[in-house]
Ligand binder design. Structure first.
Ligand SMILES: *[C@@H]1O[C@H](CO)[C@@H](O)[C@H](O)[C@H]1NC(C)=O
Ligand SMILES: *[C@@H]1O[C@H](CO)[C@@H](O)[C@H](O)[C@H]1NC(C)=O
Ligand SMILES: *[C@@H]1O[C@H](CO)[C@@H](O)[C@H](O)[C@H]1NC(C)=O
Ligand SMILES: CC(=O)N[C@H]1CO[C@H](CO)[C@@H](O)[C@@H]1O
Length: 746
C-alpha cells in the first residue's frame, strides 16, 4: 500500500489569515473611533484619492493609501427630540439613529448624502476637495433637506442608488411602513417613479443595484437599469415564486401628459435566469439576487454584468455567479412582450399589433426624432406599456450556465461580489472577489473550456480580512491602485489585490499559482504587465489557462532544501513538510543506497498528516534520508530532504539532565525538532488527540524534546555533527555527511 495525502480543500491553493495579511503589510483596517462603525455604504473617489464611508451617525473620508491614517469625520447624529419621537413610534433604540444609506458624487465639489434620521430621512450636501494642505470635508448646514423618497426610513431596508448628470436614480421603499417599493428619479424639479400599488410593475421588491448604460452615442437614448427581485403573483394575488428582474427606463423619460404624469412612460422588465441543468432534467434555479457588479468596458455601452445569486429554498442554500451581456439584455427588451389572458393563465408572447413608437423606447433622434419628449407619446403607447411591463423572453447568462457554483449544504454564505478584468499573457481574465458571511474574501478565476463546454473554477486565495467572523457588506475595487476596500459592521479593510512573491521563489510555484496578476520573471514571482506597458521586460513565464509548470519551468528547479531532524527512540517525531499549495499531493520517499523508495504503510507507527510524516514511536532503524515530494497539476517537485537521526533513550535522558542542570553536553543535543511555532501547536494537540498521555505529560514531553529557544540556540552554537549515533542499517550514510543547509533552528 502506497500512501500520500491529498490536501485539496475546496480546490483552493492558499489561505491567508488576518495575522499574515497584517504582517505582510497587505492589509489595513479602519475601525473608526472605537464605536462600532457599521458602514452602510461606501463610495470611491479616485479624483480626490478618498474613500467615503457612510456609517451610523457619521460620515468618513478615508485615505486610499492607508484607510486607517489621515481620516476625516463628520458627525451627523439625530437630535434628542428626533430619537424620542422614534422611540415613541415603538422603534428600538439601535434603529433610532442616523444610518447613512445614500452616498453619491453630486458634482466635482459636492457629495449627496442621505440618512435614515431616526425614521425621518434627511439629505444634505457635503463639500469635498482640496484647499491647500487640508482635505476639505464639511457638511453644508444650509443644504439639509427632507430625505423622503430619497432614503429609506428603516436602516435594514434595501435600497440602491446611482447619480448621473445631476439626477439621482434610486430604488427604495419610500414610506415608513415599507408598503411602497418604487424605482425613482429625482432632480431639483421633478420626481418620476413607478406607479403606486401596481403589483404588475413591482411586487414585494428587494432592491439590489442600478446602472446607467448608454445604448449608442445619442444620449437621449440612454437607459437606466434596475436590478431587483420580486414575487410572481397568481390569480388570487397569492404570492408565488421569487424571480430576479432587470428593469429598465429611459433616462430622459418625462412621464406622460394626461396619464402617467410623473410616472415612467418607458418602464419594462425582464427575468434574469441563472440556473444549472440537473441530471433528472430538472434545472436548479438561483432566483434570489444577492449582489450585482457592473464591469465597465471602454466605450461604456457594453459592460459585463455579474450577478451573485442564491437559491430561494429555505432548506438548501446554494450560490451561483452568472454573467450577462448587453446584447442579450437588449435582445430581451426588443423581443416580444409577455401577455396572459388572466393572472392564472400562462404567459404567452403578445402577438397583436404593438403601437408606435414601440412602448419602452425613448424620445430620441435615433428613434426617428418624431417626439421631443415622452409627454408627446400617444395615450395608446402609454396604456400599452402600463399593462405590459414584462418581456416574454428571459435573459440567459453567458454560456447558458453559471461561471461559479457553490452547492454543498452547510457552507459559508456568499454576500458580495466585485470583479477585476486582468490582462494576462494568454488573454483576459475576470478575477472575482466574493465576500462571505465569515469575514472572508475569496479570490477566484473561472476558465471556460470551449472544447468540453465546461467551466473550471480556480480559487486563488482565501483572504480573511477581519479578525472576527462578520458578513462582508461591501467590496469596492480600485483597479488604479490595485486595492480592494472591504466593509463589514466592524470596519473597513484595505487589501492589496495581489502579492506575487508569496507564491514562492520558484518558477513552478509561480506558474502553478495561475494568478493572472503574477508571472515568473527569471528571479522572482512578480506582478505581470502585458507587453508594451514596460517595454524593457524580458520574457515572463505565465500560464493561467493550464498552469503547465512542466513545460514552462523545465530545468529551472531549485535543489530541495535540506534539514536535519532528531528523533528520540520510542518517542514520536514529526518530519515537517507543508506544501505552499493546498492543492498539492504530498508523497514521501526514503533514499536507500542510491535509490529512492516511496514510504509505504508498513505498520501503524507512521502517519502521513497535513503537517508532515509523523512517527508515533520512532525506531533506530527508521533513521535515514527522507524526501518530501509534491505533485500538483502533474508537476513533481522535491520540497525537502530530511535527515532523520534517531537518538537512543539513555543518551537523551542524560543530555536533558545535563542541559537542565546547566552542565555542558559535548555530544549531540537532543533538541530534536526544527518545527515552526504553528507546527508545534499542532504537534502538541495531535499527540493529545491520539492519546499520547495526558495533557500535562504531553506538555512536559514537548518541552523536553524541543528545549527552550535559548537552549536550542545555545545547542546550535555548540553542536558539531559527530555521526556517533546509531544509524539503522547504514541507510543514507552518504548524505548524512553532507553539511545540511538548514539545521536545528528554523
Ligand atoms: C511592513 O511595514 C513595516 C513598517 O513600515 C516594516 O518595518 C516591515 O518590514 C514591513 N513588512 C514587510 C513584510 O514588508
Ligand atoms: C456643485 O453643486 C453645488 C450645489 O448645487 C454648487 O454650489 C457647486 O457650485 C457645484 N460645483 C460645481 C463644480 O459645479
Ligand atoms: C436646479 O434648479 C436650478 C434653478 O431652478 C437650475 O438652474 C438647475 O439647472 C437645476 N439643476 C438640475 C440638475 O436640474
Ligand atoms: C525524552 C522522552 O520523553 N523520552 C521518553 C520516550 O518514551 C519512553 C517510553 O515511552 C519514555 O520512558 C521516555 O521518557
Amino acid at each position: 500500500v502506497w500512501y500520500g495525502s491529498t490536501t485539496a480543500m475546496d480546490h483552493k491553493r492558499l489561505q491567508r489569515v488576518v495575522k499574515t495579511l497584517w504582517q505582510l503589510n497587505r492589509t489595513w483596517v479602519f475601525q473608526g473611533n472605537g464605536a462600532a462603525l457599521q458602514p452602510q455604504t461606501m463610495l470611491l473617489d479616485e479624483g480626490h484619492e478618498r474613500l467615503y464611508v457612510g456609517a451610523k451617525n457619521a460620515l468618513f473620508s478615508l485615505s486610499l493609501d492607508h484607510v486607517n491614517t489621515h481620516y476625516r469625520e463628520i458627525q451627523w447624529a439625530s437630535t434628542e427630540s428626533q430619537i424620542e419621537e422614534c422611540l415613541m413610534k415603538g422603534r428600538e433604540k439601535p434603529e433610532c439613529a442616523n444610518y447613512i444609506k445614500v452616498l453619491q458624487q453630486y458634482n466635482k465639489t459636492h457629495l449627496l448624502v442621505c440618512g435614515t434620521g431616526a425614521f425621518n430621512p434627511i439629505c444634505a450636501l457635503v463639500r469635498v476637495g482640496h484647499t491647500g494642505q487640508d482635505k476639505l470635508f464639511a457638511l453644508q448646514e444650509d443644504s439639509i433637506m427632507s430625505g423622503r423618497g430619497r432614503c429609506p426610513y428603516d436602516p435594514n431596508s434595501p435600497c440602491a442608488s446611482i447619480l448621473s448628470r445631476g439626477e439621482l436614480y434610486i430604488s427604495l421603499y419610500t414610506d415608513y411602513w415599507e408598503n411602497d417599493g418604487a424605482l425613482c428619479r429625482l432632480n431639483n424639479q421633478t420626481y418620476t417613479r413607478t406607479e403606486r400599488d401596481d403589483r404588475q410593475q413591482l411586487n414585494e421588491p428587494k432592491f439590489v443595484g442600478s446602472a446607467v448604460i448608454p445604448d449608442n452615442d445619442d444620449r437621449d437614448d440612454d437607459k437606466v437599469y434596475f436590478f431587483f427581485t420580486e414575487r410572481e403573483t397568481d390569480a388570487e394575488g397569492v404570492n408565488k415564486a421569487v424571480y430576479t428582474r432587470i428593469g429598465r427606463v429611459c433616462a430622459n423619460d418625462q412621464g406622460g401628459q394626461r396619464m402617467l404624469v410623473n410616472r415612467w412612460s418607458s418602464f419594462l422588465k425582464a427575468r434574469l435566469i441563472c440556473s444549472v441543468a440537473g441530471q433528472n432534467g430538472i434545472d436548479t434555479h438561483f432566483d434570489d439576487l444577492e449582489d450585482v457588479f457592473i464591469l465597465k468596458n471602454r466605450d461604456g455601452k457594453n459592460p459585463e454584468i455579474f450577478g451573485l445569486f442564491s437559491t430561494t429554498s429555505a432548506v438548501f442554500k446554494g450560490y451561483a455567479v452568472c454573467i450577462y451581456h448587453m446584447d442579450d439584455i437588449r435582445a430581451a427588451f426588443n423581443g416580444p412582450f409577455a401577455y396572459r389572458e388572466r393572472p392564472n393563465h400562462h404567459w404567452t408572447p403578445y402577438e397583436d399589433r404593438v403601437p408606435y413608437p414601440r412602448p419602452g423606447s425613448c424620445a430620441s433622434k435615433v428613434n426617428g426624432g418624431g417626439f421631443s419628449s415622452s409627454k408627446e407619446f400617444p395615450d395608446e403607447v402609454l396604456r400599452f406599456v402600463r399593462s405590459h411591463p414584462v418581456m416574454y423572453h428571459p435573459v440567459l447568462p453567458q454560456h447558458r450556465r453559471p461561471v461559479l457554483l457553490q452547492t454543498e449544504p452547510g457552507r459559508r454564505r456568499l454576500t458580495q461580489l466585485a470583479v477585476d478584468r486582468v490582462h494576462a499573457q494568454d488573454g483576459h481574465y475576470h478575477v472575482l472577489y466574493i465576500g462571505t458571511d465569515d469575514s472572508v474574501v475569496l479570490k477566484v478565476i473561472t476558465i471556460y473550456n470551449k472544447d468540453t463546454d465546461t467551466m473550471e473554477e480556480v480559487l486563488l486565495e482565501e483572504l480573511q480580512v477581519f479578525k472576527v467572523p462578520v458578513p462582508i457588506r461591501e467590496i469596492i475595487i480600485s483597479p488604479k491602485r490595485q486595492q480592494l476596500y472591504v466593509g463589514s459592521e466592524v470596519g473597513v479593510a484595505q487589501v492589496r489585490l495581489h502579492q506575487c512573491d508569496l507564491y514562492g521563489s520558484e518558477c513552478a510555484d509561480c506558474c502553478l499559482a495561475r494568478d493572472p496578476y503574477c508571472a515568473w520573471d527569471g528571479l522572482t514571482c512578480s506582478r505581470f504587465y502585458p507587453a508594451g506597458v514596460y517595454t524593457k521586460r524580458r520574457f515572463r513565464r505565465q500560464d493561467v489557462r493550464h498552469g503547465n509548470a512542466i513545460q514552462l519551468c523545465n530545468g529551472l528547479q531549485i535543489d530541495a532544501e535540506e534539514k536535519l531532524v532528531y528523533g528520540v527512540e520510542s518517542n514520536s517525531t514529526l518530519l515537517e513538510c507543508v506544501p505552499r499549495s493546498l492543492q498539492a499531493k504530498v508523497l514521501w520517499f526514503l533514499q536507500e543506497g542510491g535509490e529512492k523508495h516511496q514510504v509505504s504503510l508498513i505498520d501503524e507507527r507512521v502517519i502521513v498528516t497535513s503537517h508532515g510524516l509523523l512517527f508515533l514511536r520512532v525506531r533506530s532503524s527508521d533513521a535515514g534520508v527522507y524526501m518530501c515530494q509534491t505533485v500538483e497539476h502533474g508537476y513533481v517537485h522535491t520540497l525537502l530532504r530530511i535527515m532523520l537521526h534517531v537518538l537512543v533513550g539513555e543518551r537523551v535522558e542524560l543530555a536533558i539532565y545535563k542541559a537542565n542542570h546547566g552542565e555542558e553536553e559535548k555530544s549531540a543535543t537532543p533538541c530534536s525538532s526544527s518545527m515552526g511555532p504553528h507546527s508545534r501547536m499542532w504537534y502538541k494537540e495531535f499527540l493529545q488527540l491520539i492519546g499520547y498521555g495526558d495533557a500535562q505529560r504531553v506538555e512536559e514531553y514537548c518541552e523536553r524534546v524541543w528545549c527552550s529557544d535559548k537552549k536550542r540556540k545555545k545547542a546550535k552554537r555548540k553542536y558539531v555533527p559527530q555521526g556517533g549515533e546509531k544509524r539503522g542499517k547504514g541507510r543514507g550514510e552518504e548524505n548524512s555527511h553532507r553539511a545540511p543547509r538548514h539545521t536545528l533552528v528554523t
